[in-house]
Every structure is written in C-alpha cells, then in structure tokens.
Design a protein around this ligand. Structure first.
Ligand code: PGA
Length: 249
C-alpha cells in the first residue's frame, strides 16, 4: 500500500488567535487535496480557534509541543489529555528549536512520544543534524541516535502510525533547502534504521517528512522521492503558497 503523503505547517510562535482564524479562512479553499493529509501545527492558544475555523475542511490540527505528565504542578505546560479532549490529532515533538532553546533532549522526546500514543495523538518526531555535524560526516550516526532514543519502548504498531520529520538544522529558516539527493539519502537512512529497530513492514508504513525551507518550487521534487512522504513547512505555511505546496502535483 502506498503511503499517504502528509504535509504539515509548523507555525512556530506566529499568529495571534485572530490572525490565526484569518489565515485558516484564507488557506481553507487552497489546501483541498484528498490524496494528502493536511495538518496545521499551531501555538497552543490558537488550537481552539483554528479547530473552529477549520470545520468542514480537510485541515487537521496539531500542537507544536506538549508535556509528558498527565497533570499536576508543571506551570506553563500543556498536557496530552488537554490536546486530546479538544480534538488535536498530531503533535510536533523534539523540533530542533525546542532542543536548542528549551533543553529538549531525545530522552524527554521519548517520554512525550509514549504519552502521545497513549492519548491517540500522532507524534511528528523531528530529527536533524547541524552543519558542523554534516561537515564532520556524522549526519547519519547522529540521526540514528535521535531516532533510536526517540522510539525506545514504542511498539511496532505504534511506530507504523508515527511521523518522523527530517529537518537539517542548517536548512531551517535559512532559505537553504537540502538538495533532493541529500534529503532522500537521509530519509532512506531513517527508514533503514526503523527496519533495524522493528522490521521491514514497520519501515514500509512509517511516514517520513522532509523539512527545512520547503517552498512551492522545491516541494514537487522533494515529495517525489521514494522515501519522502511529505513535508514539515515553517515559513511557507503562513502564506498562500502553502496551498501550492499541498497541491504540489
Ligand atoms: P522552514 O521551517 O520551512 O521555515 O525552514 C521548517 C521547520 O522548522 O519546521
């Protein structure tokens, strides 16, 4: 069975609730595509207005982060149950910005992965190397470690439903998209790693996105690669261009 493409916007810390509603209204008619899962990952405070505004469309809503405890004294955090109750279907975990600025580690990402599955929320687990690591030739070692730790104690059945986003850090928000070959090579390596941890059947089902300066021009080639099942899109997901990315062919 062919894997269904999944194209997700990552709004990051952009869009107040009223701006968010306007953006959804603008994008709603542009992102229709039956063949693709379309997800808007938005700031926590925008989730409810975006869910409302997206009603009747194919847009699914995701969070950009969540905590791994059920509830309690964790000031400022959002629990998986809170997301589940309002109808959030996806959560971005371990984005490089969270690893860089908010001390997220592969171990905390793993705890969040397990919690997300418990609550029926699909994780979009991010991984990716720095420019320095790429130049040192340790890209795949680094990413394999992120994937192996991130998926600890995740069952094969859960892993089959997961999404991994390969985002080279040097390509995020820089306008420097990885070449199609570079992106395909690492995504194939990630799939091979999943086959090692689990089996070929799991590797064949898991969806792997590319992220990092994806735009309407680069999307068609990237998404045509054998191991690239869509994209995680930052900057271009805040513009009408996102409609062209979703309808890349
Ligand atoms: P970008 O962000 O498309 O703006 O590079 C991608 C991401 O960080 O998910």
């Amino acid at each position: 069975m062919a894997r269904k493409k999944i194209i997700a916007g990552n709004w990051k810390m952009n869009m107040t609730p009223s701006q968010a509603v306007k953006l959804v209204e603008t994008l709603k008619p542009l992102v229709g595509n039956e063949g693709v899962d379309v997800v808007f990952c938005v700031p926590a405070i925008d989730i409810i207005p975006v869910l409302e505004a997206a009603k009747g469309s194919n847009i699914q809503v995701g969070a950009e982060n969540m905590y791994f405890e059920e509830k309690g004294a964790y000031t400022g955090e959002i629990s998986p149950a809170m997301l589940e109750e309002v109808g959030v279907k996806y959560v971005v975990l371990g984005h490089s910005e969270r690893r860089q600025y908010f001390a997220e580690t592969s171990e905390t990402v793993n705890k969040k992965m397990l919690k997300a599955f418990e609550h029926g929320i699909t994780p979009i687990m991010c991984c990716g190397e720095t420019l320095e690591q790429r130049e040192q030739g340790i890209t795949m070692d680094w990413i394999r470690q992120q994937v192996k730790v991130g998926f600890q104690n995740v069952t094969a059945d859960q892993a089959k439903t997961a999404v991994i986003a390969y985002e080279p850090i040097w390509a995020i928000g820089t306008g420097k998209t990885a070449t199609t070959e570079q992106a395909q090579e690492v995504c194939a390596g990630i799939r091979a790693c999943i086959a090692e941890i689990y089996d070929e059947a799991t590797a064949a089902e898991i969806r792997i996105q590319y992220g990092g300066s994806v735009n309407a021009k680069t999307a068609p080639d990237l998404f045509a690669q054998a191991d690239i099942d869509g994209g995680l899109v930052g900057g271009a997901s805040l513009k009408e261009e996102f409609g062209q990315i979703v309808n890349y062919k």
